[in-house]
Every structure is written in structure tokens, then in C-alpha cells.
Design a protein around this ligand. Sequence first.
Ligand code: ATP
Length: 575
Amino acid sequence: MTAKPPSPARRFWAFVRPHRKGLVVSVLAFLLASATEPLVPWLLKFVLDEGFTSEMSFPIWAVPLTLIGLFAARGLFAFSGAYMMNRTASRTVLDIRQALMRSVIRADAKLFSHMTPAEAVTKVVSNPHELTNLMSGALTTILRDGSTSIVMLAYLFYLNWRLTLLTLVVVPVLGVAVRLIHKRAKRLGTQAYDSQMRLVSVVDDIARAWRVVRTFDAGAWEAARFEREARHLQRMTLKNAASSALMSPVSQVVASVGLAIILTLALVQAQQQRATVGEFVAFITAMLLLISKVRHLTDVSQPVLSSLVVARGCFELLDVPPEPDGGTLSLDQCRGDISFDAVILQYDGAERAALNGFTLQVGAGQTIALVGASGAGKSTIVSALLGFVAPNRGHITLDGVDIQQLKKASLRRQFAVVSQDIVLFDGSLADNVIYASPRDEARLERSLRAANLWDFAVSQPQGLQTLVGANGSRLSGGQRQRLAIARALYKDAPIWVFDEATSALDTESERAVQQALEQWHGRKTLIVIAHRLSTVRHADCIHVLADGRVIEQGRHEELMALGTAYAAMVAAQHQ
Ligand SMILES: Nc1ncnc2c1ncn2[C@@H]1O[C@H](COP(=O)(O)OP(=O)(O)OP(=O)(O)O)[C@@H](O)[C@H]1O
């Protein structure tokens, strides 16, 4: 059983804690700023009392100087309080964002099957800011009105401790009412948060698939889908706000009960000649002031509640289990011998195994091809090789070592992969090739030339610094693929995997890439997956897959001579 995660408030505090010194300074500055407030009327009273007599006990210039000094001190304290509060808040936001991002980067791949990219953006970028803003706003109110409330309460005790103590009987009643409202507000707040995440995903879909939306003339349909979700969110937000807004009237009614009790008791006391009218008036005035301050304090509960809901939502990411690190062994640079031994692999929830007794031997430096109908299991082989999915049975080895014994990072270092769905980053051509490696101009040129993209790159006005747009939107399909190929080549890993990597290339580009790859033949292990069979005819061995296992294997000429599955596929493509 997994341990229950700490409450959102506790977690938030854990992020604020390292910056608590700044918070304390901010609180002190705010308190000092509010302590200067009574000094202004005091100064006026002093000037009026002392200054308008025949003998002044202070020089005239001292008055404007003290007044300006007082305001300057107040300004300084208020500024320092606000600055330190913002400093603490912004540093806390930074820490939360970093922790959330680390968690996403390390997360088990399952996370990405249910969290959309836009949800991740909201949780990592917006939520920490929103949460911290709400909390610091609430804290400022608590400091301002809380300190005055404490002073008022002390004054009330001083005036009449018995009556004050009696007033406090309403506190538990107020507590119960607040608890009930909180429970409802928390439930509604969570529903509103979930609804907001769904809305974010709808926007993500529409923005990402804008071409499809327009091609299918689905604008109205998407607008309706958006409106449904947006209206739901609006209703939930309103319900939540209404529920929180109940707090103020409920607390006032409860407070009025307290006030009624006091009034009655005070009148009874007065009847018995135990209190003067003056004392009574002073007491009631202080009490009314206290009630108004307490009302402000109860208003704070809404932002605090909302922030806890937001905190729960984004801190969920911290609980996502990280991807297991794999084994303990580390490989520096493997030779590139790969073997699959009777591997059975079935995805969670799938009806049948994607790999069903799959066996494969690849010698270091060989070029092998995997061909077969769609869904035969070719990409699953790549995922298994990279440790994204684990076999249910059988073994996969790299240079004779079971990959389960290797650390994931060490395993993945051995591969450069160009996958079916090209992913490019919103940077320049060069950034996309170098990606996360040290920059080496000669290697960059070599990779771009090998991918047949060099001429295009240097013909651009910005050259290698040409921006490719979001996910390479400014490039053609073939250019995107060639850029991904260049990135894989730049990585200079011992094993290259090209999963339908040249499907969008014209014949000339494809031939150029193939010729470039041939130069590495014998030095790199190359696994090519292709539907276009002309791409793989020169491979050292072609493995034909069906239903998760190899049904025939051999060189192109051998398989053609066999005249079975492969030959039939070739014939079909020549029709
Ligand atoms: N994440 C997944 N969860 C469940 N089933 C999956 C998952 N990925 C793939 N499959 C299933 O596993 C089988 C093999 O899929 P795989 O992607 O390996 O096929 P493929 O040979 O690469 O196909 P294609 O040529 O179309 O890319 C398919 O039946 C597919 O539906």
C-alpha cells in the first residue's frame, strides 16, 4: 500500500520553508508599517494640545520634519513588506515549478497516456503562480486585520473579561458553520479545477489540430464543444463562489447572536448598577470593530480554499511514480550486438500480445530491416529495445547483457532513433540537430550533409539559425524528417534505429541518405523499419514480421527466391 501524500497545505509550506526568513522580514515590515498608523493621529493630537498654547515645548520645524519622517518610514516599511513578500512568493513559485518539472521529466511513461501537454503546461507554469498569489494575498489580509483583531480582543478583555469570555461561546458555533461551508466549497472547487483542465485540453486540441479543424469545416462543432465545457466551468465557478460567499453572511449572523447575548447581559449588568454607560459604549464599539475585522478575516477563506484546490491539482504531479531506473549496470559504449530471445510482450489492457515469441539476432555493425503489415509489432520492438515497455517473457540482450540489468539512461545512450512521428523543438535548425549535446561545427555539417539537408540550410537567409517554428511547422514533411535524421546522426550512438524515417523523402533525397548511411556500414548497427521495400533491399538481413513474430528472414535475393510472404509484398508494391 502506498503512503498517503501529505496535505496540500503542508506541501506548500515545505516549499515556503526555505524562504521563511524573507517571509518573517516581510511580516515584520508589514507590522511596523501598520504600527505607524496610530502615530499620525497621535502626532496631530500632540500638536493640537501642545502647539496652540503660549509656550510651545518643541520647535516649529520639528512638526513638518516628524510628519514627513513618519510617512517616509511608513512608506519604507510598506515597500519592504511588499518587496519581501513578492521575493518569497516568486522564489517559492520557482521552486514549485522546478519540482513539478523534475517530476514530469522523470515520470513513468504512463503519465503521458492521460495527461495532455496543455494540462502539463497549466499545472507546471500557471498553477504555482496562481496558488502562491492567492496565498500571499490571504496572508497580507490576515496580517493587516488579524493584528488589529488581536489588539481589539485584548482591549475587550481589559474592559470586561467576563462578557468577553461569554462572547467567545459563539466561536465553536462559527467553527461548525465554517467547516460545513468549507466542505462544500472544497468539493465544488475541485470540480471546477477538473473542469478547467478539461477546457485546457479542448483548447490544446483545437490549437494543435487547427488544420484538421478547418479542413473538416469543424469550426462550429469545435466551438460548441468548447462552449459546453466553458459553460460547465462557468457554472461550477459560480456555484463555488456562491458557496464561499455564504461565509460572510453566516459568520455575521452567528456574530450577531453573540452581540445580542452581550447586549442583553450588559443591560442586565447595568440594571444591577455594575457597569456605567461609558463602559458599556466602549465595550460595544470595540466589539463592533472586532466583528468588522473578523468579517474581513472570514473573507480570506475563499482564496485560501481555492489555493488549496489548485495546490492539490498541481502537487498531484509530485506523486506520479518515477520511471524505474532499470538495473544497476552501466555500459559506456556498446559494440551493438542485439538479441531478442522468444520475447512475449502484451500491452496493459490489450487483447493479444504485440510480440509473440519474437526472436532476433543482430550482429554489431550489421544493417537489418524489419518489414511487415501495419500492427505486426515493428515499433514495439523499438520501444522494448529502449526500455519503454518491458517483455512479459523472454530476454532482450545488448552485447550479451540483459537490458533489464542496465540503467535506463545507459541503455538509451546506445541508441539514436528517428521515430515515425517526428518531434522537433521550437528553435533553429542547428538547435534541433545538436539537441542537448555539446556544439561541434564539423559534426553538425557532417550530419546535415548526410541527411541531405545542408544545401537547404545554407540557402536560407538565416542559415543554420533559421527558426523551424512550433514542431517544425515552417518546414516541409521531408525537411522535418531529414532534420530528425540529422539529429540522430549527430548523436553518434553505436546503434541507429530508423522507424519509417525516410517515408516522406523523395527518391533523390532517400538515395542520398542511404548512400551516406552506407559509409558507416560495419561501424554502426542499423535497424531500419520500412513499408517501402525498395528502402531495405540492401540490408544484411530482412526480417518479415506477422502477428508479433518473424515468419521469414534472409537477404532480399534469398527471400525473393523463396517466393513467399516477402516476395508477395514486393510484388504488391510493384503493381
Ligand atoms: N501503447 C499501446 N497500448 C496498447 N496496444 C498497443 C500500444 N502500442 C501498440 N499497440 C498494439 O500493439 C500492436 C503492434 O503495434 P506496433 O506499433 O508495434 O505495430 P507496427 O508494426 O509498428 O505498425 P505500423 O507499421 O503501423 O507502425 C498493434 O496491434 C497495436 O494496436
